[in-house]
Write a protein that binds this ligand. Structure first.
Ligand code: ZN
Length: 312
């Protein structure tokens, strides 16, 4: 188990994408700055999708430009296609993730593309990136969504996920990630699938997981990932956005709870938990209607809590 863990905050993209209200640009920038100041080193700040499809994220280019002024912060974005990737490069993003749904039914419904079409897009993006000088080239991840099961297809065969991971790497991704979009994963499955994908594409080509807490197993699944060597976890401040399948429940793993677990276990995230919890105020003020989740912010830190990141 590595004792240094990277938390990739996805609230400004994944969280905001799930809600109807639009957060003003100034609030997004304040949120991102405050999280970075609390020690968060990677933030997925938006998505280069058509603004008419996701008006919540229409200002992604401006958000990226702001985030890129924060020293030491890795600025990540989601891109659905080559055009989005070009916009991400223009704005200066450091990392781009192209989602590919392991379930083809889900892929057709969400991205309106078959697996073959998505892989063509990956090849086109990789070719575009190769033309760039190395210092302008963002890290390119293929994010396999519905990797642990799909609300439309049910079970997703593990060999299908392994196969897609291999195809993504062959098509030119630097790395693949696995996402439990539907919140179906369990810890045994996380270990099995991570091991299977890693043995096919290599350890360095799978370092991150995007887990959900839909059925209460978010942190248990994180622990399973840690035990098989995963070092990057996506999560969202306050679990913003909730879960589309279970109203009243957090969708994404809550960043505050995740940081608490890791730091209490002696694993360094570099994040100051008290400052992180303060960041909720910015989100709450900008989106007063939206519920924020998290056990640790409600219960407070245990008396005498000693985070791993402060003791070194
Ligand atoms: Zn998510």
């Amino acid at each position: 188990m590595s004792n240094r863990i990277l938390i990739s905050e996805v609230g400004p993209r994944d969280g905001l994408q799930m809600i109807r209200s639009v957060m003003p640009l100034e609030a997004k920038c304040a949120w991102i700055s405050a999280e970075a100041a609390a020690g968060v080193r990677e933030i997925e700040v938006g998505s280069f999708v058509r603004p008419d499809l996701l008006p919540q994220l229409a200002d992604t280019a401006e958000v990226v430009r702001h985030a890129c002024t924060i020293p030491g912060l890795t600025v990540a974005v989601l891109v659905p296609n080559l055009k989005g990737a070009q916009k991400a490069v223009e704005a200066g993003a450091h990392k781009i993730t192209l989602p590919l749904s392991a379930s083809e039914t889900h892929s057709l419904k969400n991205l309106r593309r078959t697996h073959a079409q998505v892989l063509d897009e990956v090849r086109a993006i990789a070719a575009m990136l190769r033309e760039l000088p190395p210092e302008q080239r963002p890290h390119f991840e293929g994010g396999i969504s519905t990797a642990f099961g799909c609300t439309l297809e049910g079970e997703v065969p593990e060999r299908k996920v392994v196969e897609l991971a291999e195809q993504l790497m062959k098509a030119g991704c630097d790395e693949v990630g696995l996402a439990d979009t539907s919140g179906y994963a369990n810890p045994a499955q996380v270990k099995r699938l991570v091991r299977a994908v890693r043995s096919a594409v290599g350890e360095n080509a799978l370092t991150g997981l995007h887990l959900h807490n839909t059925r209460g197993l978010g942190l248990a699944n994180v622990l399973a990932g840690l035990e098989v060597g995963i070092t990057t976890f996506d999560s969202s401040l306050g679990g913003l956005g909730g879960c589309p399948f279970a109203p009243g429940a957090a969708g994404n793993v809550v960043t505050e709870d995740l940081v608490f677990m890791l730091e209490a276990m002696g694993l360094e995230t570099g994040i100051d938990l008290e400052r992180l919890i303060e960041v909720r105020k910015i989100v709450r003020e900008a989106l007063p209607e939206e519920p924020l989740y998290g056990f640790v912010p409600e219960a407070g830190l245990p008396l005498g809590f000693r985070p791993a990141s402060r003791s070194t």
